[in-house]
Structures are given as structure tokens and as C-alpha cells.
Design a protein around this ligand. Structure first.
Ligand SMILES: Nc1ncnc2c1ncn2[C@@H]1O[C@H](COP(=O)(O)OP(=O)(O)OP(=O)(O)O)[C@@H](O)[C@H]1O
Ligand SMILES: [Mg+2]
Length: 396
């Protein structure tokens, strides 16, 4: 008997429904059962996206294309068609997706459900109206829509979403790919973190080394790039980069605003040391900026990107900093050198931990130490090459 039939029978038993003539009740209950299990039939998603028509394509990242769709009930959705290179079995995928669909927070994109159909694996998200932050922040003609209040609210919202993923979801989820294109903005400009838990859906395996993608150029913590050490502090680092990008309107990975600085982080730190940190501020913020708040956020961002992960604040501390009136903050140390995007190399048998989530055991405070682990047994020093979309340097 299928799971949904089981669920249906339980409902019938519990509530005493008797399937009536025409099987109408049974059909309704079947629908409820499907909703409960968050499983979408492939046909529903094909119909919602006009057969994954190119005109419905919202974009394409490292895991496959994303299509906009509309369900029969009127709900707008974004369907991520995972590239077939993931070697994860269907059952594992469904288990992971089911777990991730339990993640619910105002600042995290709602994963409505999933679909596994033959070789196809799909994730179904709520459609977020203003799409991703990078499309606004790094386009000169739209940047002005993001005044200081909006940017500050985005910083606070992303911090809350990350705190939830790290400490308050059913499992500690390390995102591993916090960046402007993974922050979506809804109709009220509420930021929502997208693509959490992707590494659970693309687990390391012994035979398909080339399926791995991990982190993005300019956002990755040095200890992760160089040694594969992944902890919640790697997300804190990426969050710090995002904060400095929001304040400056500059993309760290293509920074060229200052000849004396290697990158945005270096520039911000050098100016901070000369007590001129406000010079990194995006000129379009001049009329809306609250100077003290901007200065506090720059300092907080610099604390997050420190080279030593142990001295970076936790997301809990970040929230405390953001919720207080600008007050005395510790002095940031040198920023970590950001690395380039890389793929994990083959994990030796039995070695390393491939998941972005850690176990649920332990008190929330102990999670910080629990979640620091080695991603991979070896990381390659091979020079990165661009992938076909020219977007991600990957190992050959
Ligand atoms: N739920 C959603 N609602 C609205 N737009 C979305 C949604 N999910 C994704 N998008 C859009 O689709 C684009 C592609 O997303 P995708 O996650 O595939 O790429 P990416 O974020 O650039 O790279 P990565 O694979 O590293 O996450 C995003 O930039 C975003 O604009
Ligand atoms: Mg994304």
C-alpha cells in the first residue's frame, strides 16, 4: 500500500470519514495526503511551467535551471530542476527534501515540496516576487531602490534567517553558499534565504567527484577554501561579505574600486584602520543613510570576515549587535583572504563529513563546536577553471 493511501486510511479512521459515492471524499483526502507529504506529481509541475518553457526560466545556478510556474490553485512557484549529475538515490533525495521542507522561517524561502520522477529531481519553492538581491544591488539603474532602511532591514532579516538555520531549525543547517543571488526579496522587501541544505541533496560520493559544487568566489571563508573546515563560522564569514556588499554596492568578486586594495574586504579594513570606513558607503545611500548605523554595520561586517573563525561572532551575537543602539564593539582583526570557488575532491573512503547539517543532539550552545568538521579529506591545489557558464571556477 502506498504511503499516501496509508495516510488516507489513517485519516478515515481518525475522523470517521466514509468515502462516499463517486469517490469524491477519497479524492479530497488523497489531495490532503499529498499536501501533507509535500510531494508534487511531475505533471503538475510541467503544467505549471508550460513544460519548462524557456520563457519561464528565472535563471540557472550550479544546481540546474529555475522556472517560474503557477499551480492550478493560483499559487506562484519557482521550480528548481536539479541537474542530473547528482548521484543521490531517489529515496534519499525524497527523505532529505522532506526534512528540508520542514524548515520554516520568515527569512528563509519556503520549500513547498519536491518531485522525483524517473531521473528527474525537482524542488518546488514559493515564488518570491522581487527575485534575488544581486539583480538589484549590482545593477546601477536599480540600486537606488535599495535605500539604507531597506538595506539595514535586509541585513537584520538575513541575520535572523541564518540564526534560525544554525540554532533553531530541527537540524543545524550550515548554508555554505550565502551570497547576494541566494537572498530573495518578497513584495514587502523581506529578505529570504534561498538554497539552504543543497549539500544534503548533493552528497559526496565515491564515484561522481565531478558533481560537487561548493561555495562561491568571494564569499568563502579561508579555512573552508584551504582546509575544507566547514562550520557555522563559514556562514558568518559569507554573511560579513554580504553586509559589506550591501553597504558599498560593490561585488566582492569583481571589486575594482581601489587600486591599493586587493578586494572589498581589504579596502574596507584599510579604511576602517584609518578611521575612514564611511568612505566605502555606496554614494546612492547619501540621503538615506543613518551614519552611526552604517558605521556599526561596517564594523560588525569586519568582525564577521576575520581570518580566524574562532574570533568571528556567532549569528546570535550578530543579532544582539544589530538590535542594540550602536555601542562599543571589539576591534576587528585582519580579514581572511577569500578564495575562489572550488569543488571538493574525492573523499577517502570513510573519511570526512559531506553534509552541511550536523546532528540534532546537544544544546544550542554546543552546536558551534559540534558543527566544525572537515568536509573533505583532501583539497586540491589545482588551478581553478571556469565552467561552461563562465560563472564558477571549478577544478578540472
Ligand atoms: N523562489 C524563487 N523565487 C523567485 N526567483 C527565484 C527563486 N529561486 C530562484 N530564483 C531566481 O532564479 C535565479 C537562479 O537561481 P539559482 O539558485 O539556480 O542560481 P544562483 O543563486 O545564481 O546560483 P546557486 O546555484 O549557487 O544558488 C536566481 O538568481 C533568482 O533570481
Ligand atoms: Mg541560488
Amino acid at each position: 500500500m502506498t504511503k499516501s493511501k496509508n495516510f488516507l486510511n489513517n485519516l478515515v479512521k481518525t475522523f470517521g470519514f466514509a468515502p462516499s459515492k463517486g469517490g469524491q471524499n477519497e479524492e479530497d483526502l488523497e489531495k490532503i495526503a499529498q499536501q501533507e507529504q509535500k510531494h508534487f506529481p511531475f505533471e503538475t509541475l510541467a503544467a505549471a511551467t508550460k513544460n519548462f518553457h524557456p520563457s519561464h526560466k528565472l535563471g540557472e545556478g550550479g544546481f540546474g535551471p529555475v522556472f517560474k510556474g503557477k499551480l492550478e490553485d493560483g499559487r506562484e512557484i519557482a521550480v528548481k530542476k536539479l541537474s542530473q549529475s547528482s548521484n543521490q538515490g531517489k529515496k534519499e533525495f525524497m527523505n532529505e527534501a522532506k526534512l528540508l521542507a520542514r524548515v520554516q522561517h520568515r527569512n528563509v524561502v519556503n520549500l513547498l515540496g519536491y518531485c522525483a520522477h524517473g531521473v528527474e529531481k525537482l524542488l518546488v519553492y514559493e515564488y518570491v516576487l522581487n527575485e534575488s538581491l544581486d539583480k538589484l544591488l549590482f545593477k546601477s539603474n536599480r540600486r537606488e531602490e535599495l535605500d539604507w532602511k531597506r538595506r539595514f532591514d535586509i541585513i537584520c532579516g538575513v541575520a535572523k534567517g541564518l540564526l534560525y538555520l544554525h540554532e533553531h531549525s530541527h537540524k543545524c543547517i550550515i548554508h555554505r553558499d550565502i551570497k547576494a543571488s541566494n537572498i530573495l526579496l518578497d513584495d514587502k522587501w523581506v529578505p529570504k534565504i534561498a538554497d539552504f541544505g543543497m549539500a544534503r541533496l548533493f552528497p559526496e560520493d565515491q564515484t561522481h567527484v565531478n558533481t560537487r559544487v561548493a561555495g562561491t568566489n568571494g564569499y568563502m571563508a579561508p579555512e573552508y577554501v584551504m582546509h575544507g573546515h566547514l562550520s557555522v563560522k563559514a556562514d558568518v564569514f559569507s554573511f560579513g561579505v554580504l553586509v559589506l556588499e550591501l553597504i558599498s554596492g560593490q561585488r566582492n568578486s569583481s571589486f575594482n574600486a581601489n587600486a591599493d586594495a586587493q578586494n572589498l574586504l581589504d579596502w574596507a579594513y584599510k579604511l576602517y584602520k584609518k578611521e575612514r570606513s564611511m568612505e566605502i558607503m555606496d554614494p546612492t545611500l547619501a540621503s538615506s543613510a543613518v551614519t552611526e548605523q552604517v558605521a556599526m554595520c561596517i564594523q560588525m561586517g569586519l568582525l564577521c570576515i576575520q581570518g580566524d573563525p574562532t574570533v568571528r561572532p556567532t549569528m546570535h551575537r550578530v543579532i544582539v549587535i544589530l538590535s542594540k543602539k550602536p555601542s562599543h564593539l571589539e576591534e576587528p582583526m585582519r580579514p581572511g583572504v577569500p578564495g575562489s570557488r572550488y569543488r571538493r575532491s574525492r573523499r577517502p573512503a570513510g573519511g570526512g563529513v559531506s553534509s552541511t547539517t550536523a546532528g540534532t543532539s546537544g544544546e544550542s550552545n554546543s552546536r558551534y563546536s559540534d558543527t566544525s568538521f572537515t568536509v573533505t579529506g583532501t583539497t586540491s591545489a589545482a588551478a581553478p577553471v571556469q565552467d561552461v557558464r563562465g560563472k564558477r571556477p571549478v577544478e578540472s
